[in-house]
Structure formats: C-alpha cells, structure tokens
Design a protein around this ligand. Structure first.
Ligand code: NAG
Ligand code: NAG
Ligand code: NAG
Ligand code: NAG
Ligand code: NAG
Ligand code: NAG
Ligand code: NAG
Length: 497
C-alpha cells in the first residue's frame, strides 16, 4: 500500500515535469509554443521547419539566453531554401509574447508588409530584416525602441525620407543599414545630431540627394564605417569634414550624381587611418587641377583604394602609395594618369596584389624590377595605355592569374615569357572577371570558402554567414575580395595538382 502510494507520487512528479511548460529546460510557455507553431504554419515552410513542436529551446533557430531562460534570439534566414514566389506576412504580435527577445533576425524570408508592427517589440537590441519585400516608409518608432542598437533593413522596397527623429536623444543605435531601397529626400543635418553612438551607417543604393551632413563626423563621432555610394548626393564636398572623425576606417562615396570631392582645400590633417576608401566616379579635385589626393600617403593601414573613373591628371606618387600604405587592391582605372611607372628602387617590397591602371596615359616601359618590388601581384590590368618596350624578365617571378596588357605599344614579350604566359588568363579583360563574379556561376564549395574568408567585422555586422549567397554576391563591396578569393582558390587547385 505504502509502496503503491510512493509510486503514484513518483508518476505524478514525472508527468508534471514532462508537461509543465517551464520544466526540463524548455524556456517556452504554452502560449509561446503555440505562437511559434502559428509562425511556423504561416511561413511557407521557411521557419522552424526541423522543429518537432516540443522544447522550443531545442529548435535550431532559437536561442534561450534570457535572464529567466526564455527565448532571447530568433534567427531565421532563407539561405539554401528554394525561392518562393509567395510573400510571408508574419503576425508580428506573436513575437511580442517573447518578453526576453533581444535579437530578431528574419533575413531573406520573403516578408512583405510594413515595418510599423516591429515597433511593438520593446526589448529588441538587434533587428535584422534585410533582403525581404518590406514596403512603405521607415517609422520613427523603430528608433525609439529603448535598447535598440542595430537596425538592418537593407534590400527591401522601402521609400520615403529618413525620419528626422530616428535617432532620439538617448539613441544607442550603433549600426543603421538601409542600403538598397528606394529612400529619398535630402539628408538633413539635424537627423544625425543625436546619433552619437553610431559606428556603422549604410545609406548606399538609394535616391538620397543633397549634401552629406557634417554632423555625422564631429569630433565626438564614433563612426567607423560609412557607405553612401550610388545615391544622388550633390554639391562640393570637402574631405576636411572627415578630419575629426578619428575612428573612420571604411568610406565609400562612389557613383553619386553631381558630387564633387575636394581633398586638397581647405587644408586639414586626418586623425583617421582608413583601410577601405572608394571614391570612384566622384569628380575628384575638379577645382584643384584633378591632382592625386595627397593625404592618401599618410594612410598606412589602407589596403583597398578605388579612385577609378575620375579625371586624375598628372603623375601618382608611386613610392609613397605602394610603401607607406598597406595597399593590396588598387584601382586607378579610367583617369588621365601619365608619366611612367617609375617605382624607384625601394628597399622593401609592396603588399599590392591587384592593380588596375587601365584606360590612362601611362607611358614608358615597365620597370625592370617590378616583379621584385611587387612580388604579390596576381591581378594586373594595364590595358589601354601607352606602355612601350620589352616586358621585363622579373615578370617571370610573378604568378599572374589575370594579366591584361592589351592596347599598349609594347614591342617584345621578353626573355621570361614562357614563365608568365602560363597564367591562365593572360590578356583577358577584366570583363571576364565581372562575369565570373555573377552569382549564378559559383558553386557552393566556393561560396563556403568566401564566407569563411569574409573579414570578421563584416560577419558580425550583417551576420553574413547566414545571409543568402545571392545577396552577398549582389553586394558590390565584396566583389573585389571575392575575386581575390576565387583566384586564390584556383591557385590552390593548381598547387594541389
Ligand atoms: C496576431 O496574433 C495575435 C496574438 O495571438 C492575435 O490576437 C491576432 O488576432 C493575430 N492577428 C491576425 C491578423 O491574425
Ligand atoms: C536631439 O536631442 C536634443 C536634446 O539633447 C533634443 O532637443 C533634439 O530635439 C534632438 N534632436 C532630434 C533630431 O531628435
Ligand atoms: C576639427 O577639430 C579642430 C580642433 O578642435 C577644429 O578646429 C576644427 O574646426 C574641426 N574640424 C571640423 C571639420 O569639424
Ligand atoms: C558615374 O555616375 C553617373 C551618375 O550617377 C552614372 O551615370 C555613371 O554610370 C557612373 N559611372 C561609373 C563608371 O560608375
Ligand atoms: C613614408 O614612410 C617613411 C618610412 O616609414 C617615412 O619616413 C616617411 O615620412 C613617410 N612619408 C609620408 C609622406 O608619410
Ligand atoms: C598622352 O601623353 C602624351 C605624351 O605626354 C600626349 O602627347 C598625349 O596627348 C596624351 N594622350 C591623352 C589621351 O591624354
Ligand atoms: C626570380 O626568378 C629567377 C629565375 O627563376 C630567380 O633566379 C630569382 O632568384 C628570382 N628572384 C626573386 C626575387 O624571387
């Protein structure tokens, strides 16, 4: 009798554990489990597909790290899923049932509708809704979520202005990414008055016009990454406005309609060390004789520089550029650079890997020591210049993957031609690389490789690893890095043979 009672108590206890909503580490209440099931059912097979509907903390896309063991992160992306033509209209109210939810990541999920409902999620720190089909305007209430630090809403169909009060007085927003939408209007200076926590701002691929507000770059500014390419910014921008933004590392202002950038006046002293600078198509130094920007040789961390499609005239301080920076990728394509490529005979070697000086007016012969001074070169486009003479033997010390010397006045291939002509793509134009970069032609292994090699910051910024490869390939910022990775992979295969 006594034993029997004990057994029943034990059974009851076991039953209680199995069915109590918070037992056994399940951080979800019944309501929450029901909400997740409802989300799963509405999502066209894109959400929680592998979840058995039991312990929600066991679901692959959920992190239970809240103070009470509740759901703190929901991370969903359409990576690897067959693209669906049907749009998902999630019932955002269901997510409000998770009162410890800090990270909501719904990327490439074919989400339609507007952003307004997401303002209900009062505990969010990170919101990433990139690569969806969201429409309408950006509601200012998003910026008023008390602890919000990251808002990523790039690659949607949003329109309208940046709300003037998106950065409220106590704004903690560090990352704000609205790239590739149809946003428009003048960027007003007061919008950024309170954006004092901002570290990364991506406005690229929109229809913004007017000037770039100086308030983003004040002395107290924490800005490190600024992308504003492919907009309609206009007017004359003096580079001196960046002088006091001491943490600035990446800057891309390329391809803006009617934007003119002056780097030489008024005089200024950089407090920053850039690693990435893209001023392609920026009417550089139109009022200062189209000179090569002099501050660049002070940028010793610079590894990527694109000044293509300007009218840069005259000569380039090659020695400073190649030695006083960490330059790896350099494009000066389509300018009016003349003079010869005289690199002097510096003692060190340069880190330069990819060099494009096509469509200029470079004269004279190639430096005899080029192969020794630039031993890491593997991508070279010098086509459409006025180079003449014999190709130096030190070319034989280089392992080119891409070499284009077409449309010059070179007369002889030189002694070591057998060596350097082994490169697979000798005299192919860069257009072939652009073709290679088209996402359709890349296989999964290659993409894995790319994901593994994307710089660490970019992984944390956009959680690239989870992002669809389609989306990555559309991001112009990664293109040249991707080219380099492809080339390295190809080279690796050669070496394995
Ligand atoms: C969304 O979910 C909430 C909470 O469960 C519910 O009250 C509401 O009716 C739902 N809305 C729609 C449109 O289904
Ligand atoms: C910025 O904060 C100040 C108070 O520090 C406030 O008066 C002002 O309205 C805010 N500006 C914007 C654009 O929100
Ligand atoms: C940068 O700071 C210096 C020193 O405080 C100041 O004189 C200058 O006006 C500032 N420049 C800009 C563009 O804010
Ligand atoms: C330069 O910018 C103009 C205006 O936006 C655009 O039409 C042109 O295609 C751009 N050129 C390049 C090479 O990016
Ligand atoms: C370039 O680097 C050399 C050696 O580090 C240094 O002496 C020189 O001052 C630098 N030049 C400029 C313009 O920064
Ligand atoms: C290239 O440079 C040569 C020699 O300085 C000059 O005669 C010629 O006009 C230049 N060509 C162009 C297209 O600028
Ligand atoms: C360049 O190649 C030649 C011939 O293979 C070799 O003798 C020489 O050591 C190489 N020089 C360098 C700097 O690698």
């Amino acid at each position: 009798m006594k034993n029997c009672f004990a057994e029943n108590v034990f059974l009851l206890w076991v039953t209680a554990i199995a069915f109590s909503p918070l037992a056994c580490g399940d951080g979800c209440s019944k309501e929450q489990t029901r909400a997740l099931l409802e989300i799963r059912n509405s999502a066209n097979g894109l959400a929680f597909a592998g979840w058995d509907g039991r312990d929600c903390c066991e679901a692959e896309d959920i992190e239970c790290g809240g103070t009470n063991g509740g759901v703190s992160e929901i991370i969903l992306d359409g990576f690897g899923m067959a693209p669906s033509s049907s749009t998902w209209y999630p019932n955002v109210t269901l997510f409000t049932l998770f009162d410890e939810l800090e990270v909501l990541y719904l990327v490439n999920m074919q989400i339609g509708g507007g952003l307004q409902p997401f303002c209900q999620l009062k505990h969010l720190v990170v919101l990433d809704l990139g690569y969806n089909r969201l429409e309408g305007i950006i509601p200012s209430c998003l910026g008023m979520i008390e602890n919000i630090e990251e808002i990523h809403i790039s690659n949607n169909r949003l329109h309208g202005n940046l709300p003037p009060s998106i950065f409220s007085k106590q704004s903690k927003i560090t990352d704000f990414d609205v790239a590739n939408n149809q946003l428009e209007g003048v960027l007003s200076s007061s919008t950024f008055d309170n954006a004092s926590s901002l570290e990364s701002l991506d406005l690229s691929d929109n229809l913004f016009h007017g000037n770039l507000p100086q308030s983003i770059f004040s002395q107290e500014s924490k800005i490190m990454y600024l992308y504003a390419f492919s907009n309609q910014l206009e007017g004359v921008l003096s580079f001196s406005i960046f002088a006091n933004a001491s943490r600035l590392m990446h800057l891309d202002l390329s391809s803006n309609k009617d934007l003119e950038i002056e780097t030489e006046s008024p005089s200024w002293v950089p407090t920053f060390q850039l690693s990435y600078l893209n001023l392609a198509n920026c009417s550089l130094n139109k009022k200062n004789g189209h000179v090569f920007p002099s501050f660049i040789s002070t940028q010793f961390l610079l590894d990527y520089l694109d000044l293509s499609h300007n009218l840069i005239d005259g000569s380039v301080p090659w020695e400073l550029l190649l030695l006083n920076t960490s330059i790896q990728v350099l494009s000066l394509r389509s300018n009016q650079i003349d003079g010869s490529l005289s690199f002097g005979c510096f003692a060190q070697t340069s880190s330069l890997k990819a060099f494009d000086i096509s469509e200029n007016n470079v004269t004279g012969s190639l430096p005899e020591n080029i192969g020794h001074l630039l031993p890491h070169l593997f991508y070279v486009d010098m086509s459409s210049n006025a180079l003449e003479g014999i190709i130096p033997s030190s070319f034989g010390n280089l392992s080119f993957e891409i070499l284009d010397l077409s449309n010059n006045k070179l007369s002889e291939l030189g002694k070591e031609r057998k060596k350097w002509m082994k490169s697979k793509r000798v005299s192919y134009g860069v257009n072939d690389i652009a073709d290679m970069c088209r996402w359709g032609e890349l296989d999964r292994d290659l993409l894995t490789l790319i994901f593994l090699r994307v710089p660490e910051y970019d992984i944390s910024r956009v959680r690239l690893v989870c992002k669809s490869w389609l989306a990555v390939m559309e991001d112009p910022f990664f293109k040249i890095m991707i080219v380099m990775d492809i080339v390295e992979k190809i080279r690796g295969e050669y070496e394995d043979m």
